[in-house]
Design a protein around this ligand. Sequence first.
Ligand code: IDC
Length: 430
Amino acid sequence: YQQPLIWFPAESCLTPSVLKRFRIYSLTHLKIEKLLRTLDYFNQSPSLVLRQRSSLHNLYGVTDVAGVVLVVSLQLVGSLNDLTDNRVLYIILNSNDNGLVHLVADNLTCTGLSQISLFHNHSFRCHLVCLGSQNSLNSCNILANLFDSAIEAAGIVSEHGQLSVSSSGFVVDKNQSVFQIQGISTHNLAWYPEYVNVDTFRKLRDEFNINTIRLAMYTAEDGGYCVSDDTARQQMLACLTSGIEAAIQLDMYVIVDWHILSDSNPNLYKETALSFFERIASTYGDKPNILYEICNEPNGDTSWDEIKSYSVDVIDRIRMYAPQSIVIVGTPTWSQDVDIASSSPIERTNLLYSLHFYAATHKEDLQSKMQTALTNGLPVFVSEFGITEASGNGIVDTTSADTWMKLLNENGIGYIYWNLSNKDEACALL
Ligand code: IDC
């Protein structure tokens, strides 16, 4: 826990509105089993027993445990709007003057944990707040670390497993529950490799509550994979690999994005794409973490038929090694013409079709293309969006972005924000 924990008097009334006034320490998406597992730890641990006085002091040699209170607030987050509900459940552990930790209160029943399991099939977002005096920092940290390790050990991909695309066009997890991909994209790996590391991704996962990282492998721009010398190409590959490894370590999903842009037509570097994806899929084919995005934004006069013929070859190559993986396919006109794609989908399963929007530029016209595609049953995925103009610069349009977000959430459509960099442009996150 790098960040200061939050402190407020233990006697505060713990209503959701009180909790909202504080910066809540957000751990990650947490399914209830994981919480139960963590709490089990308390129960099983010989000297730290819920509801019975026990001694943190003996267990950890901590002498200062006065006033430790741990609050767990859970936010029930359904996959679709109609499932969304907020509730705060809390469990307060306090300590007395002797350093004994005991349960002071909860708003669960005495056998409260079974009550939580009523929501068994939903995801929870778990927050940890520590109350008490500053003196209790050590013991709060210990409790926080317990949660942290439980979560690192059983994170997002362990919970949701291999994703696939259902016949009704939703991304679903291994239990066939709708899973909404929510993530952030790197900038060009060749230009901003400094943000591709475990610490950054962990912060994004825990503080932005994202479940997916997209790694943007530019192909043709200055420094792009297909126009660079071998040394630069190896560097990009090393960066990409470290990004994949970081995501696997953090139990997150990761999209390997073949970021075509100025090269307009994916067929231009198709051979390179084939060997690139063969390399990645043959290395990581057994990992449920990886999704393959095979052409970021076809544009210019590239037709849907040309994209389709490219896609079939690349998909088949990937699936030789990663038969169950989701593949994301770009659509004509900078991944906007999902309506065209929906009239003639690719004859392969487990595909998502990209729709990219920049909220200040793209509004009703593009939304209606999306609606057409959805009506035709096309699995739509927003593998990139911005809340600025399409240039990546200009104004930020939050009103339009809100409209888009509402539409995406209502339809269970996943999305990835562009971009993770500190470039001097409006769409840069930092
Ligand atoms: C932009 C970057 C910008 C870079 C430019 C060209 O934000 O720094 O100079 O690419 O490489 C897209 C593309 C995405 C664009 C983004 C914003 O997929 O690469 O990034 N955008 O213009 N499609 C629509 C917008």
